[in-house]
Design a protein. Structure first.
Length: 245
């Protein structure tokens, strides 16, 4: 009896945490911010065509550049990583750009294997590229050399509803699975404690799903796995009830 109460308490805790965990993660229950809204970063050295052409187009001044050493540690990290990338061409501003691949963890993640925050370069000049993209530029100085930093921002989050829909579906499935494990443990847990623990443990894996992505090879949305677990659980109940008759 005590064992059943303990397992039931655990099932209730997991059932509550399942939908709540979606709120503490990124779109698609991932540890990272939405890649569709990621800022694209690039730098161009003062010796390149891209640097000179960008300054002409944006009227940026080489006077009083921002010192890279005075920026945040994550911003300096992004700058150094971009500076180490191969030089590429841009149809708008010529050759010389070095692009960085910046992936940022969701703010509420307790552990992060990528950037903990967005690089915070100044935005001195702006060019509207199209209806959903804008480019921001600034001049920085590093080791007595000048660079222009480009940041391309995508569509505003308020207009990007895909992740919101997915988050709703994920939370709904998590809540449904939580109700299942709570109900199963309450009605069948005393006679099937190990099976109850199995269903509960499976549910716990979805609570920590973003961390499994960080530390294992698991990737992708948890929607199909949790839906599969729900189908298997309901099918088991249907089959076992048939045998009980």
């Amino acid at each position: 009896m005590k064992l059943h109460k303990g397992i039931l308490l655990l099932a209730i805790v997991v059932a509550v945490l399942l939908p709540m965990s979606v709120l503490a993660s990124g779109p698609y229950h991932q540890p990272y911010e939405d890649p569709d809204l990621a800022v694209e970063y690039a730098v161009a050295h003062e010796s390149t065509e891209a640097f000179n052409q960008t300054l002409q187009e944006t009227h940026l001044s080489e006077d009083n550049p921002t010192q890279v050493a005075g920026l945040s540690s994550e911003t300096q990290r992004a700058f150094n990583e971009m500076k180490a990338q191969p030089v590429e061409s841009d149809s708008l501003s010529g050759s010389g750009w070095q692009y960085g691949d910046i992936t940022v963890c969701v703010e509420l993640m307790l552990a992060c294997d990528e950037y903990t925050e967005q690089p915070d370069f100044p935005t001195t000049a702006k060019i509207t590229l199209d209806t959903v993209h804008s480019a921001f530029f600034t001049v920085v100085e590093h080791d007595d050399e000048l660079y222009v930093v480009k940041q391309i921002h995508s569509l505003a989050p308020a207009m990007h509803i895909g992740p919101s829909i997915d988050a709703f579906v994920t939370a709904a499935l998590f809540a449904a699975y939580g109700l299942f494990i709570g109900g199963f443990t309450y009605f069948r847990g005393e006679s099937h404690p190990l099976l109850s623990l199995g269903f509960i443990g499976y549910g716990m894996s979805f609570i920590i799903w973003p961390y499994l992505i960080v530390y294992t090879n698991i990737d992708g949305s948890p929607i199909k796995p949790v839906a599969g677990g729900l189908v298997i659980g309901i099918a088991y109940l249907a089959i076992s009830r048939g045998f009980d008759r």
